[in-house]
Design a protein around this ligand. Structure first.
Ligand code: C2O
Ligand code: CU
Length: 715
């Protein structure tokens, strides 16, 4: 074959499906969504011939790229495609016969009627069972309440593939204890054994660990700041006018966690936790005179702000890192109203985890971007990993927890473990939520109070939407309005489904982040009427109009999210391989604590790969033209060694999420960070409005520190 002919065939293959929206049940494509995580192949029951079918587990439309119940169970719209069904009356002798689809737990309790189906494609009622089977039956009556007729087709949700691995293999110690096995090199070979230098990490309740797992330690030097420092103070509000100067200092602070009388040396901005809350008007600009009083180099990055490239705070790209004792002057302009944040852009896995982050609230001078509220709360959500003697040390040379990121066990709201708010009955509170954690995607809600989501990272939604919970990934922001109309106590909770990898089961996890005390006394200015209505933001709709057509265009650029490992301990290697039979869309909690902890940036390299050039991470250098929108397809590779979600962030620009696994997004808002679930494909359209050389990276701090970053230039 001539190379010309080969090129031609290649073009045909790529151009065909890439142009369309690739769906999970379409014939599998290298840059498509995962077939085996989001498509169920139906199997004909014995005695049934000539019939076939599939069920796409589609992303329900909504404001988020991952759909979950308030309890954290995945929610899908099953879209059934059936072929070759004979007339239903041939299988169920009745004039009213019909085919009906059902979802049931593996033990057939509960059984949920999904709706009538026929040959062709039918979208059914949403399913939110952890593990389920799908049945298509021929019923004598289409209104059947439970499956009584003949089973025609059946299938199982991808999550049912989870099963306990052969525990025997591990319990007899074949892995991790044989002479010369990697464990010895990894855990015990250094002059001072890692196991002596590292304190034990806390274990999540109810999980079983194998002895070989328990022996794992990260092969890097533990680091925690030492020395004395002034006690940290709660953050202060800094209202800055155009041209004002803010003195910002990163330094050591003493923090008491859990109020237990003990205190620990951590990091803080201006001696506060979080850093000062900066409030400015849209269109204004401020000078930030920054000084580094940390024992290590740092920078300040202004996350989500479309500022002058020189002040973006990325070490070795836009500036040299500020050495201990050094200073840098940032000039920051705020062109867009919304909630933003700042944090270092050097070893986020260490510096952000130790407390360096703060919010920026950019007000719109006309004040009209949100509906009315009685009060406002700006909340930074975080989770810190602490053991019996304070924060678990961080990796000095390279991050620990490089596989899944460092999940914490102490939940913090604005740096405090017990956030409290007192409101009067009927009050509507506008919450500005920022997830400042290293890796944890949270699923937050106020059970018992109604909530609507009004804005995302960098702007309001076209229309407000009722939501039962907000899945919020690291670095994402959402603005929600919540009305507290019943007196008593309402908790702010993170509710998710953890995955017990060893036993292949899901289990509920509930973390309380704070409490709202609702008084009997009614609020004077009752906003019940305006709260009950979902506002439309016509200005946003008009502004976003030119970008909508990109939904139907082929992507200009694609990016594969994956990883590479080397020299992982055999027990980790083996357990992770068994685990790869199924990946949940989101890994909500750290249920492989030892294997995860012991994996460092030396063994794990997270990758962004451009399939057009095969370049990876910092070797990728995309070029865009200012004012020419670019469609980017983010492909979270299913076949990687460990599939999980990645919150992908682009500096200095904003984008819209167009589609998830081929399902068009009907809730547009400007964003700068998007959560790409495991095995999923997310299409975004980028508005390259701000010239300069910028970063694109995963915002899981350990993934970033393990290489998952690249640059792009806007000319
Ligand atoms: Cu908050 Cu480069 O990121
Ligand atoms: Cu990542």
């Amino acid at each position: 074959m001539t190379s010309g002919a080969r090129t031609l065939i290649l073009i045909v293959i790529i151009a065909g499906p890439a142009a369309a929206q690739q769906r999970p049940c379409d014939p599998p494509m290298p840059l498509g969504p995962s077939h085996d995580l989001y498509c169920i192949e139906l199997v004909p029951a014995p005695g049934i011939t000539g019939v076939s079918g599939r069920v796409e587990l589609a992303q329900p439309p909504g404001p988020f790229t991952v759909a979950v119940t308030p309890e954290g169970r995945s929610r899908y719209i099953p879209i059934v495609s059936l072929h070759g069904l004979p007339p239903p009356s041939s299988l169920a002798k009745s004039a009213r016969a019909a085919y009906v689809a059902w979802a049931a737990s593996p033990l057939m309790d509960p059984v949920i009627e999904l709706g009538e189906v026929r040959n062709g494609t039918t979208a059914l009622r949403a399913v939110d069972l952890d593990k389920f089977i799908v049945l298509i039956t021929a019923e004598g009556d289409r209104r059947a309440r439970e499956p009584g007729g003949r089973v025609v087709l059946r299938g199982q949700s991808p999550s049912t593939r989870l099963f306990p691995p052969d525990l025997l293999e591990f319990s007899i110690g074949a892995i991790g204890q044989s002479p010369g096995a990697g464990r010895h090199e990894h855990a015990n070979s250094a002059a001072a054994p890692d196991s002596l230098r590292w304190p034990m990490v806390p274990m999540p309740r109810g999980l079983t660990m194998l002895p070989a797992e328990m022996a794992l330690r990260p092969h890097v030097t533990p680091y925690l700041p030492g020395g004395t420092a002034p006690a940290a103070r709660p953050r202060e509000l800094m209202r800055l006018a155009d041209g004002d100067t803010l003195r910002l200092e990163a330094g050591l602070v003493r923090r008491s966690l859990n109020g237990g009388g003990r205190s620990y040396t951590m990091y803080g901005f201006n001696g506060q936790y979080p850093g000062p809350l900066i409030e400015v008007a849209r269109g204004s600009g401020v000078v930030v005179a920054f000084t580094n009083r940390l024992p290590e180099s740092t920078t300040v990055h202004w996350h989500g702000i479309r500022l002058d490239n020189r002040f973006d705070g990325v070490s070795d790209l836009t500036q040299r890192a500020v050495a201990p004792g050094g200073a840098f002057t940032y000039r920051v302009r705020f062109p867009d109203a919304g909630i933003y944040w700042y944090h270092p852009h050097v070893r986020e896995d260490v510096q952000q985890e130790l407390g360096l982050y703060g919010n920026i609230l950019v007000r719109s001078p006309d004040g009209a971007i949100y509906g009315p509220a009685n009060g406002e709360e700006v909340l930074m959500l975080d989770d810190l990993l602490v053991g019996e003697s304070g924060p678990i040390p961080l990796g000095q040379e390279s991050p620990t927890h490089a596989l899944m990121g460092r999940f914490g066990n102490l939940f913090l709201v604005n740096g405090e473990p017990d956030y409290r708010l007192a409101v009067r009955r009927g009050e509507v509170i506008r919450f500005f939520l920022t997830n400042a954690s290293s890796t944890r995607t949270m699923n937050v809600s106020f059970p018992g109070a109604r909530m609507k989501v009004v804005a995302a990272d960098a702007g309001p939604f076209e229309r407000e939407m009722w939501v039962e919970s907000v899945p919020i990934a690291p670095a994402e922001r959402y603005v929600v309005h919540v009305r507290f109309d019943r007196p008593g106590r309402v908790a702010l909770v993170n509710r998710v489904q953890g995955l017990d990898h060893l036993f292949g089961r899901f289990f509920p996890e509930v973390d309380t982040l704070g409490t709202v005390e609702v008084a009997r006394e009614r609020v004077g200015d009752d906003l019940a009427v305006s709260f009950a209505a979902l506002r439309r933001n016509t200005a946003t709709t008009r502004e976003l109009e030119p970008y909508r057509r990109f939904l139907h265009r082929p992507p200009d650029k694609s990016l594969i999210l994956t990883l590479e490992t080397r020299g992982l301990p055999p027990v980790t290697q083996r357990l992770m391989q068994l685990d790869s039979i199924y990946f949940a869309p989101v890994e909500w909690s750290g249920t492989m604590p030892m294997m995860n902890w012991a994996s460092t940036g030396r063994e794990v390299r997270w990758l962004l790969r451009d399939p057009a050039t095969d370049r990876e991470n910092m070797d990728i250098a995309w070029r865009f033209h200012r004012g020419e929108p670019v469609k980017v397809r983010l492909v979270n590779e299913r076949l990687s060694f460990h599939g999980m979600q990645h919150p992908i962030h682009l500096h200095g620009q904003r984008f819209l999420v167009l589609a998830v696994n081929g399902v068009p997004n009907d809730a547009l808002a400007w964003k700068d960070t998007v959560l790409v679930p495991a095995g999923s494909v997310v299409d975004i359209v980028l508005d390259p409005s701000n010239p300069g050389r910028w970063m694109l990276h995963c915002h899981i701090a350990e993934h970033l520190s393990a290489g998952m970053m690249m640059t792009f230039t806007v000319e």
